[in-house]
Design a binder for this molecule. Structure first.
Ligand SMILES: [Ca+2]
Length: 314
């Protein structure tokens, strides 16, 4: 039985790979995509999400545009990593379906409430504004969501600041809401995703897996590599977002441990930090702690999973 999944994203090069991974994996039923201003403004990332579905041959997957701005702070973006379009380096097909009017937050609520309790898994790979808004607008969704598996945060080093990860820093107040609700939250942070480096060997294997998509995947990764080399001193780009999708598809691929996580909202140097209490005070089976953190990645299996998904997209 495939897991019904909603991907809440801001494509973004690694978001694009996350969408392709979800669409190409039989373990997942991607029931829709919601978008959020993050890596780039809302209009660009929404267009990109639709264009990636078109590229995958799945234009019927519903895409709904969400929040344009964070709850409280001023918007920031990551154009320095993802380029002018948000997906520089590739020519994507134009979306063939019109963008629905319905706001992503309304669509999220309606979709979750219309499904069986415990059915839907949400995978946010951008700022958490939409998810926080949905929880406040319709609190009953909190107990109906099976799990939130998000890319964001870190218990170690940050990226947008020394201690804060970009997605969380975009809207720390929204993150506080999402992490403090009673639904299960699994945080797949930089501690995991910095291991998912798309080396030239990995990239060649991905391109070989699907010749039809090879130009697009290669173009995305070439651009992503160049900005990560120039801006972040990484030899190869860490491909963050598909790690969260992979955790849903094959949990053993991303080991986690249960620990309390809170979001720093007041620190002059630490605003947006995900403070994970790793002191092992919480037993792994303790149900009163609803947050988990990813602590590792089976890198070889991860990339094999992505290659298999690309191959299935035909
Ligand atoms: Ca993202």
């Amino acid at each position: 039985m495939a897991t019904p999944m909603i991907l809440d994203c801001d494509p973004g090069h690694d978001d694009a790979i996350a969408i392709l991974l979800a669409l190409g994996s039989p373990e997942v039923d991607l029931i829709g995509i919601t978008t959020i201003g993050g890596n780039h403004g809302l209009d660009k990332v929404t267009y990109n999400a639709r264009a990636v579905c078109e590229l995958a041959g799945r234009p019927e997957v519903p895409v709904h545009a969400g929040c344009r701005r964070p709850l409280i702070r001023e918007p920031i973006d990551a154009a320095y990593i993802h380029g002018e379009t948000g997906l520089d380096g590739v020519d994507l097909p134009e979306p063939s379906r019109p963008l629905p009017d319905r706001h992503a937050v309304d669509w999220l609520i309606e979709t979750i409430m219309s499904r069986e309790p415990g059915a839907v898994t949400i995978v946010p790979t951008g700022p958490l504004t939409n998810i926080a808004m949905a929880a406040r607008l319709e609190p009953r969704i909190v107990e109906r969501v099976k799990e939130i598996v998000l890319m964001g945060g870190a218990y170690g080093v940050g990226n947008a600041t020394p201690v804060a990860e970009f997605n969380i820093l975009c809207d720390p107040e929204a993150a506080r809401i999402v992490f403090s609700e009673s639904w299960p939250v699994t945080m797949i942070g930089l501690d995991v995703t910095h291991r998912a480096l798309c080396t030239p060997e990995v990239q060649a294997a991905l391109c070989e897996a699907n010749p039809r998509l090879a130009d697009a995947v290669g173009g995305l990764m070439d651009f992503f590599r160049s900005t990560y080399q120039d801006q972040e001193a990484f030899p190869d780009p860490p491909t963050h977002d598909p790690c969260a999708v992979a955790r849903v598809i094959a949990p053993s691929l991303v080991p986690t441990r249960r620990c309390p996580i809170d979001i720093e909202l007041r620190g002059a140097l630490t605003y947006g930090m995900t403070v994970a209490d790793m002191r092992a005070l919480v037993d792994d089976s303790d149900p009163t702690c609803t947050t988990r953190v990813g602590v590792g990645l089976d890198v070889e299996r991860f990339w094999a999973l992505v290659a298999d998904a690309l191959a299935r997209l035909g």
